[in-house]
Design a protein around this ligand. Structure first.
Ligand SMILES: Cc1ncc(COP(=O)(O)O)c(C=O)c1O
Length: 373
């Protein structure tokens, strides 16, 4: 059997950046400043600039980025937030954390992102916000959602945790709603911009909201020991901020490498029997994950495993059927597009350090395995 192709390769990632990471680490250790200092401030500035927002507020993880963005838009107990049924469960847990109730809707079969028409049907007088997720690095179809939010006077928070640098009709995701726009990012290590631990940020275009978010992430303090509101403790530390600044300088090149690998897979897998999700005309994807569909998914996963190709499933259970959300009353058959898709999808290895030769081996293995299944 040929060498294994891992799903991600953090050792190669660190090796490629080692000198820069060591220098950043030493800079923080020597500074003696570890929380809410100059590295975090510089990272926020550089991140906002790189991703086309006016400001960015760094927090401890992506879940808190969503949770605080919702709270900053006034979402709380008794409110409903309309979101997709295919995402990391953390998207919906953040709604829960804000005290509100997730309302899961079905997805567009072309992208597996939230179906805007299903979202419109789910809006009630209790709906306070929409939470589309730009899944797999590919933006949701945002124009109808922006229109829906405007018409109904509800907030829109973009979960861009998987979509650093993605665009929708040429505009960067995260702040598509202009002054009102808020976009949540996660820097979980596997993300396009990954930390070496947890991290997150909120992209924001309005200075008042940025100030509010800076209070909320730091225990609700206006200034030291004066707590104006109930905040949480979710600060990005200086070490992670300094390491993220290293990665941020490479993000555009990494995204290009991801896109090139995705294009390679798509052309190599034509006619193979697996169906890749395709980039839509309105989107500029950053290929966070490369997802294909196959009716005998589990057999295909096994056949690929035998050929040394690691795969994962993002995500195997739609959120309305997760036991944690059973109290909302979701049942099989409610969201048929999402339910069918979650039984057919698998993600292939795709990361900037993946060598051309390894990508060729993956494509070859998929073609052979699909024939067998
Ligand atoms: C779409 C999406 N939303 C939210 C999250 C939560 O981010 P974190 O793990 O940083 O809390 C993640 C990642 O785990 C994600 O992929």
């Amino acid at each position: 059997m040929s060498a294994l192709v891992p799903f991600v390769d953090f050792k190669a990632h660190v090796a490629a950046l080692r000198g820069e990471l060591d220098a950043a680490t030493a800079r923080v250790l020597d500074s003696g400043w570890f929380i809410l200092g100059p590295e975090g401030e510089a990272f926020e500035r550089e991140l906002a600039q790189a991703l086309g927002a006016r400001d960015a507020v760094a927090v401890g993880n992506g879940t808190d980025a969503i949770h605080l963005a919702l709270r900053a838009r006034g979402v709380g107990p008794g409110d409903e937030v309309v979101t997709t049924s295919i995402s990391a469960a953390f998207s919906a847990l953040a709604i829960q954390q804000a005290g509100a109730r997730p309302v899961f809707v079905d997805v567009d079969p072309k992208t597996l992102n939230i179906d805007p028409e299903a979202a419109a049907r789910a809006v009630t007088p209790r709906t306070k916000a929409l939470l589309p997720v730009h899944l797999y690095g590919h933006s949701a179809d945002m124009d109808p959602l922006l229109e829906l939010a405007r018409e109904r006077g509800i907030a829109l928070v973009e979960d861009a945790c998987q979509a650093h640098g993605a665009r929708y009709r040429g505009r960067p995701v995260g702040t598509l709603a202009g002054e009102q726009g808020l976009g949540a990012l996660s820097f979980y290590p596997t993300k396009n911009l990954g930390a070496f631990g947890d991290g997150g940020a909120i992209l924001v275009n309005d200075p008042g909201t940025a100030a509010l978010l800076r209070q909320l992430r730091n225990g609700g303090q206006r200034n030291r020991y004066h707590h104006e509101r109930f905040g949480v403790n979710t600060r990005l530390d200086e070490l992670q901020a300094a390491l993220l600044r290293v990665g941020l300088a490479h993000l555009a090149a990494w995204n290009e490498r991801r896109r090139a690998l995705a294009a390679f897979y798509t052309s190599e897998l034509a006619g193979s029997g697996v169906e890749p999700l395709r980039e839509q005309p309105y989107a500029h994807s950053v290929a966070h994950l490369y997802v294909v569909r196959h009716p005998r998914r589990d057999a295909l996963v096994e056949a690929l495993g035998r050929r040394g190709v690691s795969t994962l499933i993002h995500f195997p259970v739609p959120l309305h059927l997760q036991p944690a959300f059973a109290f909302l009353g979701g049942k099989p058959g409610d969201l048929p597009v999402a339910e069918r898709a979650t039984g057919e999808i698998l993600s292939l290895p795709l990361y900037p350090e993946l060598a051309d030769e390894a990508a060729r081996r993956v494509a070859f293995a998929v073609r052979a395995a699909a024939q067998e299944c």
